[in-house]
Design a protein. Sequence first.
Length: 449
Amino acid sequence: MSGLGGGIGGRLYRGEVSIEFVARKRLWYTISGAILVISAISLLVFGLNFSVDFKGGSLYQFQAGSTSITQVRQAVSSSGGGSDAIVQKISPIGKPPQWQVQTRTLSPATQRNVETALSHASGVPQDQINVTSIGASWGSEISHKAAEALIAFLVVIVIYLSIAFEWKMAAAALIALAHDLVITVGVYSLAHFTVSPASVIGLLTILGYSLYDTVVVFDKVRENTAGLLSSTRSTYSQAANKALNQTLVRSINTSLIALLPVASILFVGAGLLGAGELRDLALVLFVGMLSGTYSSIFIATPVLADLKEREPQYKALTKRVNLRAAGGRAAQRAAAKAEAATKAGTPAKAGTAAAKRAAAAGRAPDLAVTGNGDTEPDDTDTDTDAVAEADTGAEEPQEAAAGTQGTGEPVGAGAGQPAARSAARPGPRQQPRRTSAAKRRPSAKKRRR
């Protein structure tokens, strides 16, 4: 845990580092779209290579010995087995290598001719050649049952996700599942892998694995978006992206742990054991797990964010979050007024500088109304000037009276005194007019008249 907390996993979980998965959704959609188009074209052009269990036919198995694959193919085609026979070399445990020949459905006479030709070509007695015939009806029944199982699986998953989460999460999960299915089937078509009953079992298994990883991410998304509409901390896409980052390390670790044994079965076991049911099962699991890991990170959550961002309440949330990031309504109003004044060519008012400072701070300025109806910024400098003006006005009559002492004549303005002081009227002192800001400020001890 300490290593996780100090490493990239802990930083991703705490939000110190963030990878933009949802914001780059167009890139992931483009990559997935290209892969899906290639898979669809391959299915239309090449189709799938179904095993004898699905399309029916005859299956021959015998010891390989020194016989080459060319000799086996020539023996099958010359005896009426057809030139499209599938010849594979397998290595069962505890047994020597064997040839496995799969042909289309043959008549009993043609089947015996192929068996005789293979016996002559390989030198193996005819009674040691294992022949298995499978009818086309049995293969169609398997295909029908597999389709029924797939449909039932999808219906149950949609119902569960709609109840446990919501229908939009169920829709996003189904899109990711369809993405995994088409890619896996497309890989089988491009590589001409044989589709056997074991492949169908593996396909259903990877669907469950892909859903498991998607549900884990969706549960974290639901946790991060709880109460999101009552705040402006982030949009739905941002909260979903944070959930992806928080579960990223877990998804990668789970996928690696699951892929390691599957890869060992596919590359080591199949290499030692040859073709067989084990290889078919491991192959579809390996391809499907890779595709499921990709879709749960790059497809499911971005699709969910797209669906949720179309809702009116989340559109309004996105506007509020963007507005907050831009500095708030007051800052935008102040900036708009300043821009309008600049375009009109009018001089800036007294409160414009304070409005700009408030816009930079993300709040509106407090304006004080003076005695003549003008507005001035309410700050500390204004209050200090008002108090200083009151003190100066209180001293002016005394200074004027002092100017007449000694001679009994008023001192003229030319004697170095200001004209305003020489022209002061005698009489009771008048209190200076104070601004509203000065009135709100606690005054000092009143002077006695």
